[in-house]
Write a protein that binds this ligand. Structure first.
Ligand SMILES: Nc1ncnc2c1ncn2[C@@H]1O[C@H](COP(=O)(O)OP(=O)(O)OP(=O)(O)O)[C@@H](O)[C@H]1O
Ligand SMILES: [Mg+2]
Length: 239
């Protein structure tokens, strides 16, 4: 099983939205996917209509539960729990719990925007990191900082940067692209070819508690997340 940590130090960069939609697309392509909601805010669980579903991530971390089936074939979830904010473990709970997951092709760890234990253990355990960032120069400083932190601990882990919420302000987008292309060389990350546009259907689908493809099959957000899933499956060797 491949494990991906979806992480950025900065909040609101579409980490949970990306975990949900990438996971759902890859599950639709026939791979068995486990999503793990490591954030006490529980956006990912909410987006699948499973906020409040038990057993939660706290049970999973103590070895008492497995990922639960969702309404979507091949897509499973370990639901979030606000209690994770109070956990200060002195052992590698996430690494140990990941070793117990059997029979899955991919596990996606949706991390909180922090350096708490959940993010640290997820990034340390994962085979690769997916870092969504907003498509604007101001957010890109956060990317350098976050990648610097990863590189201190894991110089060789593959990191893919995803541009999210692209708007049509060309000057800003071009400036952001230039910074990201230069950064990819300096900081040794892979800049994903696919970017995700700002699209109201994406925000609405979360409110409707479903992946965007199930909310509006023709929305620009649906098409973008499908292309992204294809690109990631290729990079991650899911054939
Ligand atoms: N492409 C998009 N177009 C429009 N709205 C979007 C898009 N991507 C994400 N959003 C909205 O942006 C907000 C933040 O997204 P999300 O919760 O996925 O970010 P996050 O990085 O997980 O946040 P946090 O750091 O708090 O965990 C949500 O309201 C979501 O619906
Ligand atoms: Mg989130």
């Amino acid at each position: 099983m491949l494990t991906t940590a979806v992480w950025n130090l900065k909040g609101g960069t579409a980490k949970s939205t990306t975990s949900l939609n990438v996971g759902a697309e890859i599950a639709k392509a026939g791979f068995k996917v486990a999503l793990v909601d490591l954030d006490g805010q529980r956006t990912l669980s909410f987006g699948l209509g499973m906020d409040g579903t038990t057993p939660t991530v706290l049970d999973w971390l103590s070895g008492k539960s497995d990922p639960l089936p969702t309404d979507f074939k091949n897509l499973f979830l370990v639901p979030g729990d606000i209690g994770i904010f109070q956990l200060v473990p002195d052992e590698d709970l996430i690494g140990t719990s990941l070793k117990r997951i059997k029979g899955f092709d991919l596990c996606i760890l949706d991390c909180p925007p922090s350096l708490g234990f959940a993010s640290v253990q997820a990034v340390m355990s994962a085979d690769q990191v997916l870092m969504p960032t907003l498509y604007e120069p101001a957010s890109l400083k956060g990317v350098s900082e976050a990648i610097g932190l990863i590189r201190n601990e894991r110089p060789d882990v593959p990191v893919s940067v995803l541009r999210c919420r692209r708007r049509s302000r060309l000057v800003l987008s071009r400036e952001a692209d230039d910074m990201l292309i230069a950064g990819a060389v300096d900081m040794d990350y892979h800049l994903l070819h696919t970017s995700i546009p700002e699209n109201i259907a994406i925000a609405e689908s979360i409110a409707q508690q479903k992946p965007v493809f199930d909310y509006d099959a023709k929305a620009p957000g649906t098409i973008a997340y499908r292309s992204l899933a294809k690109e990631l499956m290729k990079i991650w060797g899911l054939k």
